[in-house]
Design a protein around this ligand. Structure first.
Ligand code: AMP
Length: 279
C-alpha cells in the first residue's frame, strides 16, 4: 500500500492505478478505524478494481467547542488494518496540504444541511461537503462509499455530487453495530465502561420506536417516548429524535415511505448519532 501526502504524487499514483481502464473507489475517513470503516473497504473491493482510502481529520467540520484536538489518531495502526484489507493507496494529507494559506472556497448544500446535526453543529456540513468535494477532485474516483451511519451526511454528499456534476457514483454502506446494537463509532472510545454499558439504551429506544411507528403508533407520541427512554437509559440529553423522509430529510408527522428515524444524543461529553429505516 502506498501512503501519499502530496497532491502531485497522488495524481501520478491514481493515474497509474487507472491505466488499462481500471476503476478506482474512494473511502473517505477520519481514521481511528474500526470494523465499520473496514466493512466499507470490503464493499469497496467488490465495486472497483483499486481501493483508495483517505484519512484526514478535517478541522473545518468541527465546531470551536468540539473534539478536533482530542479526536483519536493512530495512523500506523490504521495503515496496518488497511494493508490487511488490500487497500492500494492511503491518501493522508496534512492540514496545510488540504487548506493552503488563503483557502477561501466553501460548499453549502442548502436545505438538507439545515436541520438535525446541521442545527446542532453549525457549519459542520459545509466543512464536510467542502472537504469531500476536494477529496473527489484530488483522487478523481469512479465511485465513493459512505456509511449509512451518517445518514444526513450521505444525503448531502449524494445531492452535492449530483448538483455539481462530479460524475462520482455515491454508494451507501449498511451500519456496522456491536453485538449489543450500538453503532460502531470512533467516538465510542470516549465512553467510560459505565457509559458504554448505558449507551445500548440508544439503539434499543430507536428500535422500539421504529417498531411502534411501523405498527401504526402516533409519530409524535412515539418520538416523545423515545426521547424519554434514551434519557432514562442514562443519556444526559437528546439533540433530536425525528422521523424523516429518507431522501429529502423533510420531517414527517405521519409515516410515509421511505422513512428513516434519525437521532443524536449526548452521554457525558460524547455525542452519538444513529438511524434506522421505518418500513
Ligand atoms: P468517519 O471516520 O467517522 O468520518 O467515518 C468515515 C466513514 O465511515 C463515513 O462514511 C461513515 O459514515 C462511515 N462509518 C462510520 N461508522 C460506521 C458504522 N458503524 N457503520 C457503517 N459505516 C460507518
Amino acid at each position: 500500500m502506498q501512503i501519499i501526502r502530496d497532491i502531485a504524487t497522488l495524481h501520478r499514483a491514481v493515474s497509474a492505478l487507472k491505466q488499462g481502464g481500471k476503476s478506482v473507489v474512494l473511502v473517505p475517513t477520519m481514521g481511528a478505524l474500526h470494523a465499520g470503516h473496514l466493512s466499507l473497504v470490503r464493499m469497496a473491493r467488490r465495486v472497483a478494481d483499486h481501493v483508495v482510502v483517505s484519512i484526514f481529520v478535517n478541522p473545518t467540520q468541527f465546531g470551536p467547542n468540539e473534539d478536533f484536538v482530542a479526536y483519536p489518531r493512530d495512523e500506523a495502526r490504521d495503515a496496518a488494518l488497511l494493508v490487511e484489507e488490500k487497500t492500494a493507496l492511503l491518501w493522508a494529507p496534512d492540514v496545510a496540504t488540504m487548506y493552503p494559506t488563503g483557502h477561501g472556497t466553501h460548499i453549502e448544500v442548502a436545505e438538507l444541511g439545515a436541520d438535525y446535526c446541521g442545527a446542532a453543529r453549525p457549519g459542520h456540513f459545509d466543512g464536510v461537503a467542502t472537504v469531500v468535494a476536494k477529496l473527489f477532485n484530488q483522487v478523481r474516483p469512479d465511485v465513493a462509499i459512505f456509511g449509512e451511519k451518517d445518514w444526513q451526511q450521505l444525503a448531502i454528499i449524494r445531492r452535492m455530487a449530483r448538483d455539481l456534476d462530479f460524475g462520482v457514483d455515491i454508494l451507501g454502506a449498511p451500519i456496522a453495530r456491536d453485538a449489543d446494537g450500538l453503532a460502531l463509532s470512533s467516538r465510542n472510545a470516549y465512553l467510560s465502561p459505565e457509559q458504554r454499558a448505558a449507551a445500548t439504551a440508544f439503539p434499543n429506544a430507536l428500535k422500539a420506536a421504529a417498531a411502534a411507528i411501523a405498527s401504526g403508533a402516533d409519530v409524535g407520541e412515539a418520538l416523545a417516548k423515545t426521547e424519554a427512554a434514551i434519557v432514562a437509559g442514562g443519556f444526559d440529553s437528546v439533540d433530536y429524535v425525528a422521523l424523516a423522509d429518507a431522501d429529502s430529510l423533510e420531517r414527517l408527522n405521519v409515516w410515509r415511505a421511505p422513512a428513516r428515524l434519525l437521532a443524536a444524543a449526548r452521554i457525558g461529553k460524547t455525542r452519538l448519532i444513529d438511524n434506522l429505516p421505518v418500513k
